[in-house]
Design a protein around this ligand. Structure first.
Ligand code: AKB
Length: 337
């Protein structure tokens, strides 16, 4: 008999680290898939670790043969900055990998007869504001506005939101018998800030990099202007958002992709909190114009009223509390300063 489990892809990444510890507390048996071996600290929380590519259908067949997967957290992705240097690889991982996982979910559902929940972290990178004036005028954008991303990563995330909606609602709609077994649910994450991991390959990374550098007592040159504003969220809220969306009754959901946010801040505001908390921190500015243009195309804030209405999304660490109650104390402890 196959064991019912949750599958987490990209398990070794920033979200994966927190999610696995949190999910195992719920007593959920977890199987992980990542391109790299898992952090040993996570192993006590899982029943099985697979190392390999999400595009490897033979590996996925092995998982299907041994496990009844009825919940998937598909976290594997190349982030925005890294994707700009290898756009084809980004497409292969971010799009072909996701398509392969959606098809895997459909086959799992076919095999055990239950819908497979597919939780997908999309991103504010799915948005594309043409210039600073439009960004300031737009304010908090709603999900269906400005869906004109300017990065490969953003295009990947937006397309995969549509792929998920297709698998959930229209899969093989012309076939005589086919029916969708995929319950696709997605959140568009803002910039995420974790206290236990440092980011790799993103363009919102300047915020966590600034805090971690100050906590380590290292100088940091911020690659965006001080007035650069986007929405952010502390990692525990991101993980709770994924779990809350997974727990929501399907009939309560009015869309398959939702904005979520905890606070909107400009780089100067983050700088000011960091130097207040770490007096003597050496934070400078060395703008990278090309990365700046990417962040300028992302909204200053998002309208997450649909998530609050449909599945009672409510971040614990909004505004200044994110720094005072979680980020600064946890990061300070991490570096013992
Ligand atoms: C990135 O910067 O690429 C990510 C994101 C905003 O999705 N952190």
């Amino acid at each position: 008999m196959r064991t019912p489990v949750a599958l987490v892809t990209g398990a070794g990444g920033e979200i994966g680290h927190g999610l696995i510890a949190r999910l195992s507390k719920e007593g959920r048996p977890i199987v992980t898939l990542d391109i790299a071996p898992l952090d040993p600290a996570l192993r006590p929380h899982i029943v099985r670790e697979f190392t390999g590519s999400i595009t490897d259908t033979t590996l996925l067949d092995r998982i299907l043969a041994e496990f009844e997967v009825d919940l998937i957290f598909h976290l594997a992705a190349l982030l925005s900055t890294r994707s700009e240097f290898t756009p084809i690889t980004a497409h292969q991982v971010n799009v072909e990998g996701t398509l392969t996982l959606l098809e895997f979910a459909q086959r799992e559902g076919d095999s055990h007869g239950r819908r497979v929940q597919f939780l997908y972290p999309s991103s504010i990178a799915a948005y594309g504001l043409p210039d600073i004036e439009s960004k300031q005028l737009a304010g908090a954008v709603a999900e269906d506005d400005w869906n004109t991303p300017r990065t490969m990563y953003g295009c990947n995330k937006l397309y995969c939101e549509h792929l998920g909606r297709y698998y959930a609602r229209y899969y093989k709609q012309l076939a005589a018998t086919a029916s969708s077994c995929v319950d696709f649910r997605s959140v568009r994450f803002p910039g995420l800030i974790s206290a236990v991991t440092v980011p790799a390959g993103g363009t919102s990374d300047y915020a966590p990099e600034m805090i971690h550098a100050a906590a380590k007592g290292e100088p940091y040159a911020c690659f965006v202007r001080p007035d650069t504003r986007i929405p952010f969220m502390a990692m525990p809220d991101a993980i709770e958002a994924l779990l809350a969306l997974a727990a929501a009754p399907r009939e309560a959901l009015t869309r398959t992709a939702y904005n979520v946010s905890a606070f909107s801040a400009d780089a100067q505001e983050i700088h000011d909190v960091v130097v207040e908390k770490f007096p003597g921190a050496q934070i400078g500015w060395k703008v990278d114009a090309k990365r700046q243009a990417i962040v300028d195309s992302w909204p200053a804030d998002v309208d997450d009223s649909a998530a609050r209405r449909d599945w009672r999304f409510a971040p614990a660490f909004d505004g200044r509390r994110a720094f005072d109650d979680y980020l600064i104390p946890t990061i300070r402890r991490r570096y013992q300063r």
